[in-house]
Design a protein around this ligand. Structure first.
Ligand SMILES: Nc1ncnc2c1ncn2[C@@H]1O[C@H](COP(=O)(O)OP(=O)(O)OP(=O)(O)O)[C@@H](O)[C@H]1O
Ligand SMILES: [Mg+2]
Length: 265
């Protein structure tokens, strides 16, 4: 369970992101004064339609982009670029096809020249994601869900305190997705990670999150915050409860509201 008084880990202050659009010779305001905080150990989802700026926020927190306005503070320091405390995971697992599963997980620390007992740690992480017996397989011998689990093990190998995940399960079928969500929730709890998770899947956001920041587009902004009170560890039964439906309804009301106002323009 997340203690309400936990320290702020990510502090997004008045974030504005304007991109040049050379094709039409104008500018796109991808984000307009977005502010939110994420506390230690919290699981926060950014939920919203395509183009509302979810990935842009994640890339800014990761330090891959510099904001055109506003600031991001992580552990009370301004973000000036990527750092090992922030681990990033994208929709495609992007494993090295020529490396076995274990070597994919070991790649980062090995590239950094680490000599400590990283193999034992990698095997332990593979065990945690249920893939220890596939350590000698190559990525092409794995299913999409298995590849994403390897990607999670690889992400954890560098021991980031904050996991920034951009639709990591977007390409998976519904059942695999549910299973891997459970892996992620177990890891989130056991390793006490702070997670900022991007999704456009309402069920996924409700099932996994402590809080959902529901976004709207043009310009990208946070329209509503929904706190999911369901205790952890989350049970699959939660998915079929009236509470679950009610949370979904709250999120949909914001997202549909956005569509209706768009149609009215
Ligand atoms: N590097 C860039 N240059 C120009 N425009 C950009 C750039 N990156 C994003 N944008 C624009 O910013 C807006 C937000 O994009 P972003 O990728 O953050 O949306 P998203 O919410 O992640 O969408 P999706 O759900 O489709 O991934 C879009 O209008 C997009 O065209
Ligand atoms: Mg995106």
């Amino acid at each position: 369970m997340v203690a309400a008084a936990s320290a702020t880990v990510v502090d997004v202050r008045g974030l504005t992101q304007v991109f040049d659009d050379p094709l039409v010779g104008s500018k796109i305001t991808a984000l307009n004064h977005v502010s939110f905080r994420v506390r230690q150990g919290e699981f926060v989802s950014l939920l919203g339609p395509s183009g509302c700026g979810k990935s842009t926020i994640l890339n800014l927190i990761a330090g891959f982009l510099e904001p055109t306005g506003g600031e991001i503070w992580v552990y009370e320091k301004p973000v000036r670029g990527p750092a090992p405390e922030r681990g990033v995971c994208f929709q495609e697992a992007a494993l090295f096809p020529w490396l076995r599963v274990l070597d994919n997980v070991l790649f980062g620390p090995q590239a950094q020249g680490r000599r400590d007992d990283i193999t034992a740690k990698a095997l332990e992480l593979l065990r945690r994601v249920g893939l220890e017996e596939f350590k000698n397989h190559y990525p092409h011998q794995l299913s999409g869900g298995m590849k994403q689990r390897v990607a999670i093990a690889r992400l954890l190998m560098n021991n980031p305190q904050i996991l920034l995940m951009d639709e990591p399960f977007g390409a998976l079928d519904a059942l695999t997705r549910l299973q891997i969500q459970e892996y992620l929730l177990t890891i989130h709890q056991e390793f006490r990670k702070t997670v900022v998770f991007v999704t456009h899947d309402i069920d996924e956001a409700v099932y996994t999150s402590d809080r959902i920041l529901v976004m709207c587009a043009r310009p990208g902004r946070i329209e509503r915050e929904i706190t999911i009170e369901e205790p952890r560890p989350r049970k699959r039964e939660f998915l079929t409860t009236p509470d679950f439906l009610d949370y979904k309804r709250q999120a949909l009301a914001v997202l549909w509201g956005d569509k209706q106002s768009e149609q009215a323009v």
